[in-house]
Design a binder for this molecule. Structure first.
Ligand SMILES: [Zn+2]
Ligand SMILES: [Zn+2]
Length: 265
């Protein structure tokens, strides 16, 4: 199951555990899970969360160690690589014609990545949109380095023909869009907006549960004829939302599984 699917399952377990626990504390309602189920579920929930946190921390720590090792070993090699990269970029800039490694033709509206490789602007932008989401920088189609800047080199001057003007416009928009997203020289406000977008994209399930569902519950309580406690309505909405997400995750998982099976055969 993918990341979203796992997040939904964890949230369902936690919310079930909490709701059973709350019910068992309320003498008026029947505890339909039987004696002690609340404690079992709560323990299970805590266990799962702890495992999740420990696993995430362990992974972070491993990444950190790997990075440190690479940094220590690679200082000298880095310097050599940097020298090579500069030489390559200077060499590339002096050449008159460039071959695009994606379409294997002469690069049309050539762009230089900061790993020193040249592509057609439209080829590398298409490759980026196909291989990554628009929130993640592209890996070079030639050397797999992640690059965060595209430089236009020797583009045809606009005004030669309508067709060139049109291509110039389109490529320029794509190029600026890419550099605005990933180049570190972007203005502060845009970088903040980008971080906010990234945060929302990562945590949208909880944002909906904390901000949107309570508002829906209050509206529902105000509009409905029979008096209901907002807590109850919120719990209902929350369960409904998580169940829908669970089904969506299951369908995604099943589709990927079938696609993989078909790929193997
Ligand atoms: Zn190309
Ligand atoms: Zn490259």
């Amino acid at each position: 199951m993918d990341g979203d699917g796992r997040a939904v399952v964890i949230r369902i377990v936690v919310s079930r555990a909490l709701s059973v626990y709350r019910r068992s504390k309320n003498p008026d309602s029947e505890d339909w899970f039987g004696l002690g189920a609340d404690k079992v579920l709560a323990t299970l929930g805590i266990l799962i969360i702890t495992t999740y946190i420990v696993k995430a921390m362990y992974k972070k720590w491993q990444n950190y160690r790997a990075r440190r090792r690479v940094e220590n070993e690679g200082d000298e090699r880095d310097e050599r690589n940097r020298d090579n990269l500069i030489k390559r970029i200077v060499g590339t800039l002096q050449e008159r014609d460039h071959e695009c490694p994606i379409c294997l033709g002469e690069a049309n509206f050539p762009v230089l990545t900061n790993c020193g490789h040249v592509f057609c602007c439209s080829c590398i932008i298409r490759y980026w949109k196909q291989s990554k989401t628009i929130f993640d920088p592209c890996d070079c189609a030639y050397c797999r380095c992640t690059f965060n800047k595209l430089l236009p080199i020797r583009w045809p001057t606009p005004g030669a023909s309508d067709e060139i003007d049109e291509q110039f416009q389109k490529n320029n928009v794509d190029l600026e869009d890419y550099n605005k997203r990933f180049s570190t020289e972007k203005p502060r406000l845009e970088s903040i907006l980008f971080q906010v977008k990234k945060f929302i994209r990562k945590n949208w399930i909880d944002i909906v549960r904390i901000l949107v569902l309570p508002v829906c519950s209050v509206i529902y309580v105000c509009l409905s004829a029979e008096p209901k406690h907002p807590d109850e309505v919120l719990e209902f909405f929350d369960n409904l939302f998580l169940t829908i997400l669970l089904f969506a995750a299951l369908i995604r998982w099943l589709r990927n599984y079938l696609a993989e099976r078909r790929g193997v055969q």
